[in-house]
Design a protein. Structure first.
Lengths: 322, 148
């Protein structure tokens, strides 16, 4: 028996080829199905929406959440001061490795803003990153943190936002690099990185630490800048609040764990005073994007600032994440 | 003659302040900021109630801030954009006029405080907040946090 000529396809391998093609086709269809399933926007369940709808919302309490959440830092016009920070007309350009995000108008204007949204629409945005039309929001809108917020806080914030001045300003679309421009892919990001669990487990945490944890990990979304990210935009594991390269250019965002070179020597009251006044223990002042964040923190109650400070002293020490 | 004396005295005064700092602009401006921080801290401790209100010390602190701010923008010549762990942002050299205006705004606020100094801690509190807003409004744009 002579070996088959290598140029001559063997009848047996032809049959195998059909099987392989068939198997690949099935795998592709299954894969596409899995992709489609995994990346599908998943709004909140009916029970959660009903619970939020049932809340007795209070706009005055919502103002505290508004400042804790830092809404004005992105959604007010650049360089807005004082009362102008309550006009959430959008337009700020947020640069990142993925391209430039253009912040939307979330003022109560029914056309340009979110005046036409229901509380359920708002809750889906804040807690599921899903828009009223059922698509994904990009996680530059930090629902990856807001997902931890309570029903009460979401409802109060929505009530408060409704009291703010409307702006009819329209803004440009995001300018993202391929493939990040494909919104559906956000579903993959959510699949890998989006959950409502605690960022760190703190043994024997008292009420004050838990309040701080809620403010920092939830509405305050401190980790969005202070935690380093991987190439896909998820937080690097085990580096919570360890500091990160400045996403908007040169420089770094400081390590705010007790291992950080900047605040390792600060007491909890030093941290609380910094959040209140903008001054470090040696009376250097706040700088960079934190200037705006500190203005927000100054609007909180002293006990909330103390809770944040206590939590920051309680999180695990990390070496610099940048 | 009198005019010349005044000019000479003024120049000498400024030179004396400048000479108190190290030679390189990067170091000089860092020292200057520490002086402003020290002056701010003296007032902040009164605001916080850690120290008793002392009008003379308030005026002294404001004078330090005013004098330092008069010279501060001159410490950013071309060629000092980097080095010696400077945290100066490139934006300083891109928007020199705005950067200088911000220094002058702080100087003017300090001068106003010297002209009508607070007579008690409540007066100091009322002055201190608006005065020190100038710190953040400049650092927001013109200082970069570098690896520390």
């Amino acid at each position: 028996m002579t070996p088959p000529d290598s140029n001559e396809p063997r009848p047996a391998s032809k049959g195998a080829g059909i099987y392989i093609v068939g198997a690949l086709a099935v795998a592709a269809i299954v894969g596409a199905g899995v992709f489609w399933f995994v990346t599908a926007p998943k709004p909140l369940g009916d029970d959660r929406i009903a619970a939020i709808d049932a809340v007795d919302a209070d706009a005055a309490r919502g103002e505290t959440i508004f400042w804790a959440g830092g809404c004005a830092s992105c959604h007010a016009a650049d360089n807005a001061e004082g009362e102008e920070r309550k006009i959430l007309s959008g337009g700020h350009r947020l640069t990142s490795n993925f391209g430039t995000f253009v912040v939307p108008n979330i003022s109560p204007d029914p056309e340009a803003g979110i005046g036409g949204w229901s509380l359920a629409d708002f809750a889906n945005a804040m807690l599921a990153g899903v828009s009223p039309s059922g698509g994904h929001f990009y996680p530059s809108f930090p629902y990856g943190s807001y997902v931890r917020m309570t029903d009460q806080d979401v409802a109060d914030l929505f009530a408060y936002l409704g009291t703010l001045p409307a702006s009819d300003k329209t803004n440009a679309a995001h300018e993202l690099k391929f493939p990040f421009s494909i919104r559906r892919l956000v579903g993959g990001w959510k699949f890998m990185f989006f959950d409502d669990g605690p960022r760190v487990e703190l043994a024997n945490a008292d009420d004050q630490v838990l309040r701080g944890q809620y403010l920092v990990e939830g509405p305050g979304h401190c980790g969005e800048c202070h935690t380093p990210r991987n190439a896909l935009g998820g937080f690097r594991s085990g580096e919570w609040l360890a500091g990160a390269p400045n996403p908007e250019g040169e420089g770094v965002v400081p390590n705010i764990t007790p291992g950080g070179p900047d605040i390792a020597g600060w007491s909890a009251s030093d941290i609380a005073y910094y959040l209140e006044s903008g001054f470090t223990p040696d009376f250097d002042s706040v700088g960079g994007p934190m200037v705006d964040v500190q203005k927000n923190m100054a609007e909180l109650t002293a006990s909330d600032r103390e809770a944040i400070a206590t939590y920051l002293k309680a999180v695990p020490e990390r070496p610099n994440g940048y | 003659m009198k005019f010349r004396t005044l000019i000479t005295a003024a120049t000498f005064g400024l030179t004396a302040v400048a000479a108190a700092y190290a030679a390189e602009p990067q170091e000089m401006r860092q020292e200057m900021m520490k002086h402003v921080g020290g002056a701010t801290g003296a007032m902040a401790k009164m605001v916080k109630g850690e120290d008793d209100f002392d009008q003379a010390k308030v005026i002294e602190a404001l004078t330090t801030i005013s004098k330092t701010m008069a010279e501060f923008p001159a410490q950013f010549p071309e060629g000092t954009e980097t080095g010696m762990e400077t945290e100066a942002a490139p934006a300083i050299w891109e928007n020199k006029a705005d950067f200088e205006a911000k220094a002058i705004a702080l100087k003017d606020a300090a001068d106003a405080g010297i002209a009508s100094p607070p007579s008690d801690v409540d007066g100091l509190k009322a002055m201190f907040g608006p005065l020190t807003k100038n710190c953040g409004s400049c650092h927001e744009t013109y200082r970069l946090k570098k690896e520390g």
